[in-house]
Write a protein that binds this ligand. Sequence first.
Ligand code: SAM
Length: 275
Amino acid sequence: MSGKLFIVATPIGNLDDITFRAVETLRQADLIACEDTRQTRKLLDHYGISRPLLSYHDYNERGRSEQLLAELLAGRSVALVSDAGTPLIADPGYRLVHAARLAGVPVSPIPGPSALAAALSASGLPTDAFAFAGFLPPRSTQRRKTLEQWKALHATLVFYETPHRILEALVDIDAVLGLRPIALARELTKIHEEFLTGTALDLHAALAARPAIKGEFVLVIGWAEPIPDEAESLHDALAHLTSAGAARMDAIKQIARQRGLSKREVYRLLETQSP
Ligand code: SAM
């Protein structure tokens, strides 16, 4: 009988964000595979857990996957964790899970926190369809190409970003995606948690004005629906949307929704207001 591989989600900041099952699974695992043993040791100490740890990260994934598979095939249970959040979500683990499945070893998720779900759920942007693409490429040319690929998708886009690249990423988002509503989640579940909202340029100005840009970021980008500008006349708003490619009827529907009016009221106001 082979052992079982558990994919265990751990906190993304606040140490209380861990499930009872996750704690119990870690307590009972024969072996815990983790990215940084010091980081995981802190979590385990907090919960009074003492189990053998084995490092598993981007640079030793191949060799360690074979070693961990051998442990599983020998009947031992392995819990895989990452430094924060859900393993395999912009984190290592794919090679091991793939190998375990190929070998017929059972793999079970112990779900919990992920910065992706946390940011998206509180962003205020549409969640019915979204695309997550991990980190944007570090260099501008490649980053713009990636953004171009996502541009036409009618879905909310979610990216992870680092503090030292966030300003350049916002410049590229403005250049490629244009006016879109963005929620920038910073330091989720931590003391300095915040959500900044606005266009890419609004957020750029807000961050650039700070003495230092610190923390972890998730970019949640709404699709081509422009930020409602209450000061804009209805005729201008309509022209704005139709010139961006929207059909007249869709544009009127959107203006009505944005301004809390019925479609009939929008039609009536368009007739009575001068262009
Ligand atoms: N596996 C993790 C998860 O499930 O969210 C993500 C790991 S990835 C290597 C780390 C990135 O996730 C950070 O650079 C940041 O973009 C995002 N992230 C992780 N924790 C965060 C937090 N507390 N607040 C905002 N973003 C966070």
